[in-house]
Design a protein around this ligand. Structure first.
Ligand code: AMP
Ligand code: MG
Length: 430
């Protein structure tokens, strides 16, 4: 080796390897709790939901109209006496042959009736006798919703590990469930590092000192954690000093499942995260071959075993880069799947990286990057993708302007019209 040349730097770990490694280090939390169905959006079911009934409970009408016996109406214009009126929530009497029942949407079908004629296909007969002309010959089962067509009794309606959504909460409620057993929320301690950081509201823009910036990461990280169903302890801003960093990590480790930090995870003297985590536990992943987001770290911090701390189990640690776009993108690509697994979503129910769509680039990338790059882009009306002009990792506007990321492999240039892989923020935030 030529002595005048600096030693070659080891290649960075690929994002795919980092994802696999990271997910291999996390186990689902075992604690569960019962919550009101109303409050269970995005929580993860801790048990199979087995239906004790069938939904709907009875055959019922899906139209406002007349319940009939099909055998009574063999040709259009048949006249049937209206023998009863059945509204939703009320049970009728068995339907006598040669009569029909006025019926409304959701009302149970009377015994003997086997079809509904919608009101638009009938004409009321004037005079004293209440009767209707049936204008269209019904088919058996017409406009009838069958008992159990949504849910059969004994069916597993929602499986353990399912992450609940507004529609699944409605489905659980249709089984009569006012409460659900769900996995515990991950308890996450969040802190931002950086002596330059000032909280909005504390200093007005005109009074900001030179070099000071507002803490923006804290706002999206806290919100992202909450959206992922975490219980967040926001520990605020930790100054760029070793003792302060050690103290914050130590305090947080005892009562949290994950410590999430932003900034201070690079290689400068002002970056105290890496040596502090090494001192208090272990640093297992550091730096990833992706852009933005290279300064990503994973490790564990030992617990002192103070009151309430799970003895012997170390607290997970994830250090995100300080640059806002890097912090945002690494959260979506790495922290999100980590939290899904921690909350007990089985591996076959989510993809670490949501599926990409192939779309044409309506832009160019002339210089290939050595790292796999995630470009902030937006779908346009012509069915292609536009690129935000400034892809700097400090420009948070790109993440607001964009509606997703182009996943561009390392060393790849992009010509106008090239097919590229697009992942929407909507999928990454789901
Ligand atoms: P660091 O990773 O600490 O070296 O920070 C990298 C860049 O991100 C610097 O320009 C920081 O000022 C900026 N930065 C770090 N933390 C935050 C934050 N919470 N909000 C906004 N910018 C930040
Ligand atoms: Mg810093």
């Amino acid at each position: 080796m030529n002595a005048s040349q600096p030693p070659a730097r080891a290649p960075l770990m690929s994002l795919a390897d980092a994802m696999t490694d990271l997910l291999g280090r996390v186990e689902a939390l075992s604690a569960t709790e019962t919550v009101a169905t109303f409050d269970a959006d995005r929580r993860v079911l801790a048990q199979d939901l087995v239906s004790a009934l069938q939904v709907p409970p009875n055959d019922n009408s899906s139209m406002d109209g007349y319940a009939v016996r099909v055998a009574d109406v063999t040709e259009p214009g048949e006249v049937l006496r209206v023998s009863q009126r059945i509204a939703a929530g009320h049970a009728g009497q068995p339907l006598e042959p040669g009569t029909c029942a006025r019926i409304f949407t959701g009302a149970p079908m009377p015994a003997g009736a086997d079809a509904v004629v919608m009101q638009e296909d009938t004409i009321e007969v004037g005079g004293d006798i209440h009767a209707v002309h049936i204008q269209a010959v019904p088919e058996a089962g017409q406009w009838v919703r069958r008992a159990g067509e949504d849910v059969t009794r004994g069916a597993v309606v929602l499986a353990r590990g399912e992450r609940l959504s507004p529609s699944s909460l409605g489905l659980a409620a249709s089984l009569g469930l006012a409460h659900l057993l769900v996995n515990a929320r991950p308890r996450v301690a969040l802190f931002s590092t950086g002596d330059e950081l000032v909280m909005p509201g504390e200093v007005p823009p005109e009074a900001m000192k030179p070099g000071a910036i507002y803490n923006s990461n804290r706002f999206f990280l806290r919100t992202l954690l909450q959206r992922m169903g975490c219980e967040v302890s926001d520990l605020g801003i930790v100054p760029d000093r070793r003792e302060a960093t050690l103290a914050a990590l130590k305090t947080a480790a005892d009562h949290h499942d994950l410590i999430l930090t932003s900034g201070g995870v690079s290689v400068g003297e002002e970056d105290h995260i890496k040596p502090s985590v090494q001192q208090l536990g272990s640093l297992d992943l550091w730096q990833i071959g992706m852009k933005p987001g290279k300064p990503f770290a994973y490790g564990t911090v030992r617990r002192d075993g103070g009151a309430g701390a799970a003895a012997g189990v170390a607290c997970h640690f994830i250090g995100l880069p300080g640059n806002p776009v890097s912090s945002f993108v690494t959260f979506l690509l790495l922290v999100r799947p980590f939290l899904l697994k921690l909350q007990g979503v089985p591996a076959n129910r989510f993809q670490a990286l949501p599926p990409a769509t192939t779309l044409p680039a309506h832009f160019t990338v002339a210089r290939a990057d050595k790292r796999r790059e995630f470009l902030r882009v937006r779908r346009n009306a012509a069915g292609g993708l536009d690129l935000f002009p400034n892809q700097s990792s400090g420009v948070l506007t790109s993440a607001v302007w964009g509606d997703g990321l182009v996943d561009n492999p390392a060393g790849t240039t992009i010509a106008h019209g090239d097919p590229v892989s697009y992942i929407s923020f909507a999928d990454l935030l789901a």
